[in-house]
Design a protein around this ligand. Sequence first.
Ligand code: ZN
Length: 264
Amino acid sequence: MLLPGGLYEHGERVRRFAFEPPTGAIELATMTYQNEPMPRRITYVLCEALAHVGEQPPEFERVHTLSVGDRQFLVRRLAIHLGQDGGWHTVTCGHCQAEFDLFIEPSALPVKEAGDGYPFAELTIDVRRFRLHVPTGADQELVASIADPDEALRALVQSCLVEPAELAAAELSAADWQRIEGAMEEVSPEVVTQVESRCPECNGANSVEVDPYACLHGDGGGLLAEVHTLAMSYHWSEGQILELPRPRRQRYLALVDRSRGMTN
Ligand SMILES: [Zn+2]
């Protein structure tokens, strides 16, 4: 499979990646590292889940410096790989407050590929030239703790700046900072994070958020219950059970269910 952006290594754009088999161990990884800042947590999870990225081992630096769009794409593809595609969302209509259910299938959502010039964005503001790389996980981590959105945007731009080497906050207006952000967004790969839907009651248009990192919000209860069932039945260790690819684990669980039905 190909990343919508990709890495530049030795002057070449590399986009291929593959995941490891979908074991319980990888599922468990999506629920750990809860105390880490989100960008770092995403990197740790992807490092465990990827077999390779750009034909190279998924080392921390390589994964941490993937563009934000690539990382969102990867986490969404990981959820699909782990059998978590498609889910119901309860939406409260912003017009008439009616609640309705909406089925969203992440694998069917469009992906925007990186634009010309990737991974760099260039623009000129008042004859001054700016060159930036598109934001990566590492840039996101640097600004993760800044609460004020304007300050966070300035810090993000400064972190991505290639030319000029330095830029003070007072040198540009708020609108200029936003223009720079817009230029970076134009070049960045993107996954869809909002789906438009009409309310069945009043036909009003609603925009529904689809979190690309949804699979990182599980509590592991379902997985641990499955490990418990198999450990009780077969006396395998936790590690052995977690090494089973998900489809095989499901087959054994079905067999346990069947033999319970026979004994009852
Ligand atoms: Zn409505």
